[in-house]
Design a protein around this ligand. Sequence first.
Ligand code: SF4
Length: 280
Amino acid sequence: MFLKHHLDQFLDNFPRERHLANDPVQFVRRYEDPRDREVAGLIASAFAYGNVKIVLRTVDRALEYLGPRPAEAVMAFDPKRDLKLLRGFYHRFNTSRDLAVLFWILRRTLEDHGSLENAFLAGPPDAAERLDGFGARMLGFGHEQFYPRGELQKRIAVRFFFPAPSQGSACKRMNLFLRWMVRPEDGIDCGVWKRVAPKDLVIPLDTHIARISSYIGLTDLKSPGWPMAVQITNNLKKIHFEDPLRYDFALCHMGIAGDCPRKRDPVKCRRCPIQAVCRL
Ligand code: SF4
């Protein structure tokens, strides 16, 4: 197949190690213990929005609070005692309180389910319903102690950590977390979870993936939401059924690095490794 041939070649020659330095998955890879990797992964993906340099700084700082054993540290997290330690933390509209709520959510999830994988698998097998259920479970732990009115308001920033496919969201950060956990160890993804198959993942759709996917014919949809993420994933399944997200890291970092500009650039396009399949 023409597209498969060119994407495989692109992937084989992609300098992944160089791009890893600009990806928050590097923080997950700091840890050996799968429990630490789950916790670090959820935190790193939660803040994976905005400028990449700021994302890396934020994630580094958030994990610094938890020390060398993040899973143990969140299990010991006590909002009354520890909230003040996080003072001064912020990432765009997320504040130290949102980080504290996230630590609390992680603690309660590990207490109730034993692992994030168990909590994820507690939902139905359909990808969208499972993500909906996972988010609802995470947001369902008692958060009264964090809010003066004792409830999670509809527009509260912490909800942004757990978007829902049923509301049309592409759920980029959550799908990124799942990719890190589920895809087998390959120097980027970590193969932490063994009970979810890579073929059941949905692509973490960001602006780069949306744009490049439309250039190479993986989507004809215009607005980047859950339906576009599913359409791109289904088209990738036609060329690699068992592991459709294997191209995601390389395609996304091609965009992040500016190697595929928003407007056609004859110089960059001439040396583009997927030029043969680009329709722009
Ligand atoms: S040929 Fe140009 S526009 Fe097309 S994918 Fe490559 S860099 Fe992007």
